[in-house]
Design a protein around this ligand. Structure first.
Ligand code: OOG
Ligand code: NI
Length: 465
């Protein structure tokens, strides 16, 4: 009806992420157990760190602490990706970043649909790591053709979801009732289907080409393959997972534990073997298992500048040169820690060396006033920070890491899977499939930093007016 108030995209995203969480907990009970463990570890951590508890409370972060931060899906065709982009846009999620995973032996490339503005991220940071299968990386031409044909026949979004999407695009949003219906319809796309759409032999051929190909091609839709809450102490959760009967992956991906966290640390419990049924009535050949769905946790730190990111990539490459990762490698954490000793772990150095992005704000207005009136020189940022007039706080990294993502994919491929594809990033082809460019994450952080500086300059100028 005309005139009904439109819901904000942030609110639609919140309803969507909580609906996804409820559905996934229901589908994968072990994920519910992981959520409980994370909540316990977070609560304990807050008890032991009252200053951090106060800081989180001041940022209104406590009530959202245990909410999901991201999930992941794998799509099969360009049409699916383009439609997903439009669907996520209704929820205020836009494609940020390009990740080439072929380098790591995984035949996909990816982006993250996520909120972009500080305000939207603060309301609800939920994002979806979205991969597109690269059929061109299947060597066997006949198999490639068969996979393409199977994918061409499926429709992953319901007609009603598409109708509501078009309504949202026409009207610039959805009202309450439409939004609830939209979320319920879109949820169908990400459900688990234990019936494959192919027979056992076809599944096996695709699976032999690459386990991920079978995961994408053989089902009715792109089941959500994990959700990921935020933890305040990832090492504690990693240690506790086996005690709760969860098969934790071997190592925590990303940088080592630090005084001042950078980028993103992640770990997961490995994907479960689940019973599926194939097309074709002749049991027992029609029953099998499929391994796709897992649970993950994440801990985020500061976004790095291009320079900081280069240092991170170089150090991580060095750690990996020294020895193999994984297979219960007890030495990995130590190697990581040792090599990353070269990455400054001091906020002032991170800032002054241009390694991380910061947000600037007035901490003591009277002090800023005194600085402004002391002389007519431009704002001296270092001085303003040193005297406590201005505070610089690291901007949180909101994106993903290709090496880590590859590690997460790989931990679910059962070790034996070691395909190698020639490294061939294909961002232009990905964007063509998406029918839109992906945003450059570094530019987003640089802009957030520049905006905060500009605001600060204005406040400084007003002190003189
Ligand atoms: C996605 C794996 C990557 C992350 O957090 O880096 C990922 C997948 O397995 O589909 O989710
Ligand atoms: Ni993930």
């Amino acid at each position: 009806a005309a005139g009904a108030a439109l819901l904000s995209p942030d609110e639609i995203r919140t309803r969507f992420s909580s609906a996804m969480s409820a559905m996934y907990r229901d589908e994968v009970p072990q994920y519910g157990a992981l959520l409980e463990l994370v909540a316990q570890v977070n609560a304990q951590y807050l008890e032991q760190h009252p200053e951090e508890r106060a800081a989180l409370a001041a940022q209104q972060e406590l009530e959202r602490l245990n909410l999901e931060r991201h999930g992941a899906i794998r799509l099969g065709t360009a049409q699916e990706l383009a439609m997903a982009r439009r669907i996520f846009a209704v929820m205020g999620m836009h494609p940020v970043g390009y990740y080439d995973l072929s380098v790591a032996g995984v035949p996909v490339h990816s982006t993250a649909f996520r909120p972009i503005s500080d305000e939207a991220l603060c309301k609800n940071p939920f994002r979806i790591f979205t991969s597109l299968l690269r059929l061109e990386l299947i060597e066997d031409a006949a198999l490639r053709e068969q996979a393409a044909q199977i994918l061409a026949q499926r429709r992953i979004f319901t007609p009603r979801a598409i109708a509501l999407l078009e309504q949202a695009e026409r009207a610039g949003g959805l009202d309450q009732a439409q939004a609830d219906e939209f979320v319920a319809e879109v949820l169908h796309t990400f459900r688990w289907h234990s019936e494959a759409t192919v027979d056992a032999a076809t599944y096996q051929r695709l699976h032999d080409a690459h386990r991920l190909i079978a995961d994408v091609v053989c089902f009715k839709g792109p089941h959500i393959n994990h959700l990921t809450p935020r933890t305040l102490d990832i090492d504690a959760v990693q240690r506790a997972m086996p005690e709760r009967g969860m098969a934790a992956k071997d190592v925590v991906e990303g940088p080592p534990a630090r005084q001042h966290p950078i980028l993103l640390r992640q770990t997961s419990f490995k994907a479960l073997q689940e019973p599926i049924r194939f097309v074709g009535a002749d049991a027992p050949a029609s029953a099998g298992t499929h391994t796709a769905r897992f649970g993950e946790i994440e801990q985020r730190g500061a976004a790095l500048t291009r320079k900081g990111r280069q240092l991170y990539d170089a150090l991580l490459a060095r750690v990996r040169e020294i020895g193999n990762v994984g297979s219960s490698d007890a030495g990995y954490a130590q190697r990581l820690q040792a090599v990353f000793a070269q990455f400054p772990d001091d906020l002032q150095q991170l800032r002054q060396q241009g390694l991380a992005f910061f947000r600037y704000r007035v901490l003591d207005a009277a002090q800023l006033q005194r600085l402004a009136q002391a002389n007519d020189a431009p704002l001296d940022l270092e001085q303003a920070i040193a005297c406590g007039a201005v505070q610089a706080s690291p901007i949180t990294y909101e994106d993903f890491l290709p090496v880590s993502a590859a590690g997460i994919f790989q931990s679910n491929l059962g070790g034996a899977e070691q395909k190698s594809y020639a490294a061939n990033a294909a961002q232009a082809a990905f964007e063509q499939a998406l029918q839109a460019p992906v945003l450059d994450e570094i530019e987003l952080y640089a802009r957030a930093q520049a905006d905060s500086l500009q605001q600060l300059q204005q406040q400084f100028a007003q002190c003189r007016a």
